[in-house]
Ligand binder design. Structure first.
Ligand SMILES: Cc1cc2nc3c(=O)[nH]c(=O)nc-3n(C[C@H](O)[C@H](O)[C@H](O)COP(=O)(O)OP(=O)(O)OC[C@H]3O[C@@H](n4cnc5c(N)ncnc54)[C@H](O)[C@@H]3O)c2cc1C
Length: 286
């Protein structure tokens, strides 16, 4: 398994923030992951699972523990119309592999960064499709290395939420229903969606996607914009002028800059619209 020491976490998250981690380990397979977890627990060593780092606000402080990345668990296989994929495959590659095999039902997820495990944890979605729509089961490993398969009806999930968020279970793989469709037509839709993303999202800056969930029947971006908050900044973090539900790292922002900005946004939106914005991004503490 690959072990890196004294790792600058800024390179491992899309905000480009964070301190130094003592170790970053990528287990080569599920058995390696099990051995690693057992060892770390015996040693009372802290660990944290990081996917693509595209939905997290990592702390500024150094981490005296082990960051575990599952990027080597990237298998992808098809049996009839059932797809099995490892948690470490990038979501982009997962969608591409499905399209290459004639399955069009996850095309709408194209353009969402990160790894499949991270997408499952947050039930990521776009353009009317979410990961859980066609999910059949999830294979999880608990913090003692025990494996369990959970079927979708036994999993608590919702809009950008699953029971796994913030917990200690690790997603190692999942199975999905593939649905065949017109691939050329789907590729056209993907190309339109990508153009929409480029014109409405501040992709030229470091960011971690939508900061807040949309409240029922409302748009977080609309509320933030109409609270007059577009363009306000704390340190190097700024509410994007292009899309108010994005915070951008425009000038060496720290984690604290981003968190302070979040508190200001929540306070102002509550004052103006009496709406409690709920974070979509994950504030990590160690
Ligand atoms: C430009 C941009 C556009 C985006 N657009 C969208 C969008 O359209 N829709 C959308 O839903 N999201 C979007 N996002 C947010 C983000 O890409 C998704 O939420 C993504 O699925 C997160 O995956 P990740 O691997 O980066 O997770 P990370 O950020 O690495 O992790 C997120 C959380 O999941 C945990 N985690 C990760 N992998 C595992 C695992 N295998 N087992 C257990 N816990 C795990 C982490 O500990 C962390 O708590 C966007 C982000 C960016 C930067």
């Amino acid at each position: 398994m690959k072990v890196l020491e004294s790792v600058d976490l800024k390179k491992y998250n899309t905000y480009g923030i964070g301190g130094i981690a003592k170790y970053l380990i990528s287990p080569s397979n599920v058995d390696d992951l099990e051995c690693l977890l057992k060892y770390l627990n015996e040693q009372n060593t802290f660990w944290y699972i990081l996917g693509g780092g595209s939905n997290v606000i990592l702390p500024d402080e150094d981490f005296d523990g082990v960051i575990i990345r599952l990027d080597k668990l990237d298998e992808f296989s098809i049996d009839g119309d059932i797809i099995t994929a490892g948690a470490g495959i990038s979501l982009g590659k997962f969608v591409k592999n499905m399209l290459d095999n004639g399955f069009t039902n996850y095309g709408a997820l194209s353009g969402i960064p990160g790894l499949l495990g991270g997408a499952i944890i947050g039930n990521a979605g776009a353009y009317g499709v979410s990961v859980f729509d066609y999910l059949i089961s999830v294979t999880i490993m608990d913090d003692l290395g025990n494996i369990r398969v959970l079927e979708k009806p036994d999993i608590n999930y919702d809009y950008r939420y699953t029971e796994f968020k913030g917990g200690k279970n690790i997603i190692v793989a999942a199975t999905f229903q593939g649905i065949r469709g017109d691939v050329a037509e789907e590729l056209e839709k993907i190309s339109d969606n990508m153009a929409k993303r480029r014109s409405t999202q501040p992709l030229e800056y470091k960011n971690a996607g939508s900061v807040f969930k949309n409240p029922p029947g409302a748009s977080a971006g609309y509320l933030i914009e109409h609270a007059g908050l577009k363009g306000i900044s704390v340190g190097g973090a700024k509410v994007s002028e292009k899309h108010a539900n994005f915070i951008i790292n425009y000038n060496n922002a720290t984690s604290n800059d981003i968190k302070k900005l979040i508190d200001i946004i929540k306070g102002e939106v509550k004052k103006k619209f009496n709406e409690e914005l709920e974070l979509e991004q994950v504030i990590v503490k160690w």
